[in-house]
Design a protein around this ligand. Structure first.
Ligand SMILES: *[C@@H]1O[C@H](CO)[C@@H](O)[C@H](O)[C@H]1NC(C)=O
Length: 418
């Protein structure tokens, strides 16, 4: 064979041999780390790193196969409800590497406790507080039994069909924020969603120096970001930018000013609403009357999810995502919340996860007792540890704990910018 012909012959053959990763019903213990790396286009040249990854992969494979035992038909149907696990790009990641980024210490349930008896913290929060653009919910509160059985804003074409990938950055809060703004604009204008930029939210939202948190890739909340966008909008100093103008680039070292330099803001908001915590009825009415909402969740166990209706008692809230609707599974009759994640299209059900819902969810609660130890600001003025009490979070994965959405989303008239 001539030297020239070789690559031409090899390339298509190599591409074919890689194939696609097996689905849950095709997985067995013969699926090895080498194949996995090919399927997900990963490589670990460092031998120690390779071993570390292989070990994690093996742990997770064991977990997946144990969980799936007896749950799947030969063709991949889920037999008795619940969910099945599978492999994806996260199967060789350790828990502390998974992409989250919800900083619950900003939520009043936690920040209220931290401020008790600690003027230092109060001062820090005080400094960061600009005008609040928070508005109380204006929902017509209907009984859940009188609401439609199914609400799915993604099926209505009001959710951006491109599933984002936050990468190795705790920027979930900017993705949940951007997705709610895209959806609420789409609903208000009855146009397909525009693609807006997470980057300016990530880089420009002032970081309240709270509990050592720094915002950005270290995490924050949707409400903090929306308040910043509302402030810019009110002052005619900006808003959200088009994604094509300000691309997502979490590792960038550009300053906020440089990243938006020469771009014009395209979308503004006049405020934001946070629903009462752990209130099922409010969430359901907001989904029907307003559109998708940003939520927080305890997502440590989500990475292995492939399909079905997920449930977990995990209550350590650490992630922010977009809740696009709710429904009832046709095969199993299980009620679910439909949630759009920011872990790319290969996560779960085409980028989505369905989480178990019950009509008693306001009382289906667990304690988030992540004690905030090690955080410098959990000390009072005398340097003693503040005794932080666990916080109750309701709904599977705590999905009812922190729910918010933007108000008055509109396109910005370019001529109107100062
Ligand atoms: C942003 O994108 C929209 C839709 O594609 C377009 O109409 C608008 O002019 C863009 N805005 C700016 C400021 O570039």
């Amino acid at each position: 064979m001539s030297k020239l012909a070789r690559p031409l012959l090899l390339l298509p053959a190599a591409a074919l041999s890689v194939g696609t990763a097996p689905r849950s019903h095709e997985l067995d213990s013969t699926y090895g780390f080498g194949e996995y790396l090919q399927h997900f286009d990963k490589s670990y040249p460092d031998a120690a790193e390779y071993r570390r990854r292989e070990e994690r992969f093996s742990q997770n494979m064991e977990k997946i196969l144990n969980h799936n035992k007896g749950r799947l038909s030969d063709t991949g149907a889920i037999l008795d409800g619940g969910y099945v696990m599978g492999v994806n790009h996260l199967t060789d990641q350790y828990l502390d590497e998974l992409p989250f980024g919800y900083d619950k210490t900003y939520h009043s349930s936690w920040s209220g406790q931290l401020m008790r008896g600690a003027s230092k913290i109060e001062r820090r929060l005080g400094e960061s507080t600009t005008t609040s653009y928070s508005q109380p919910p204006d929902l017509e509160m209907k009984e859940v039994s009188s609401l439609p059985e199914l609400v799915d804003w993604s099926a209505q074409g009001h959710v951006n069909p491109t599933i984002p990938q936050q990468g190795a950055c705790g920027s979930c809060w900017t993705f949940a924020l951007t997705a709610t703004v895209e959806s609420h604009l789409s609903i208000a204008t009855d146009e397909p969603p525009m693609s807006l930029s997470e980057q300016s939210v990530l880089q420009c939202t002032p970081n309240p120096d709270h509990c050592g948190g720094t915002g950005g890739c270290k995490g924050a909340t949707v409400e903090i970001g929306l308040n910043y966008i509302a402030d810019l909008t009110a002052k005619k100093e900006g808003g959200m930018y088009n994604l094509s103008d300000v691309p997502y680039s979490p590792s960038t070292t550009l300053s906020c000013e440089d990243s938006t330099e020469g771009s014009t803001a395209s979308v503004g908001v006049t405020g934001w609403t946070q629903l009462p915590t752990n209130d099922y009825k409010s969430v359901m009415n907001a989904l029907v009357q307003k559109g998708p909402v940003a939520i927080a969740a305890a997502a440590s166990d989500w990475a292995l999810y492939e399909k079905g209706v997920f449930s977990s008692d995990d209550a350590t809230v650490n992630h922010a995502i977009l809740l696009v609707g709710y429904g009832i599974d046709e095969d199993t009759g299980e009620k679910y919340y439909k949630i759009r994640n920011s872990w790319g299209p290969h996560f779960g059900e085409d980028g989505y996860i369905r989480v178990l819902r019950t009509d008693e969810d306001s009382t289906v609660c667990n304690m988030d007792n992540d004690p905030l130890v090690g955080l410098a600001c959990a000390l009072d003025d005398s340097g003693n540890q503040i005794d932080v009490q666990p916080v109750e979070v309701c709904g599977a994965s705590g999905v009812l704990f922190d729910v918010s959405y933007p108000v008055g989303v509109h396109k910005i008239d370019v001529a109107d910018q100062s």
